[in-house]
Design a protein around this ligand. Structure first.
Ligand code: SAM
Length: 140
């Protein structure tokens, strides 16, 4: 299963499906009810759950391994306790394996993932995005 956190209007969700991830293997977790309605309207068969990433593990069906978490959450805008809670939940959801991919506009901030034991294995600055964005991948 692949989990997307903070799917907004679904542009990353669409990219996951177009890159070949089966919609039935995707669980989308989005806090905003309005965005969830938009995601439901465009749903291609993935599970769309309205909820808080700080409670991520409570939304994951038991016995289904999580291969990857893809996040557009604005982590650097969150309070430190909330950010740590979300990172701990991501870490627990992935277990010993899997990876997390984070999109951010905070180009120059040190990623908080390394503070909870993740190791970064990819970093790209997307200059043609407006505003420029950074994509990083971490593994457990
Ligand atoms: C930068 S936007 C994502 C944009 C998205 N990739 C798109 O294509 O529209 C961040 C999203 O995270 C959601 N969000 C913020 N805090 C959240 C939380 N604690 N749990 C789940 N979703 C959250 C917001 O509602 C928003 O949709």
């Amino acid at each position: 299963m692949v989990i997307e956190l903070g799917a907004g209007t679904g542009s990353v969700t669409n990219a996951l499906v177009s890159r070949g991830i089966a919609a039935s293997d995707i669980l989308v977790l989005e806090r905003s009810p309005d965005f969830c309605r938009i995601l439901h309207d465009k749903s291609q068969g993935m599970s769309i759950v309205q909820g808080d990433a700080a409670s991520l593990c409570s939304f994951i069906p038991q016995d289904i391994p999580v291969r990857a978490v893809v996040s557009s959450l604005p982590l650097m805008n969150f309070s430190l306790p909330l950010r740590e809670r979300i990172l701990t939940q991501i870490r627990r959801a992935l277990g010993e394996y899997g990876c997390v991919i984070q999109f951010t506009y905070a180009l120059f901030s040190r990623s908080p993932y390394v503070n909870v034991g993740f190791q970064r294995d990819m970093c790209r600055i997307i200059t043609f995005n407006v505003p420029p964005a950074k994509v990083e991948r971490f593994h457990c």
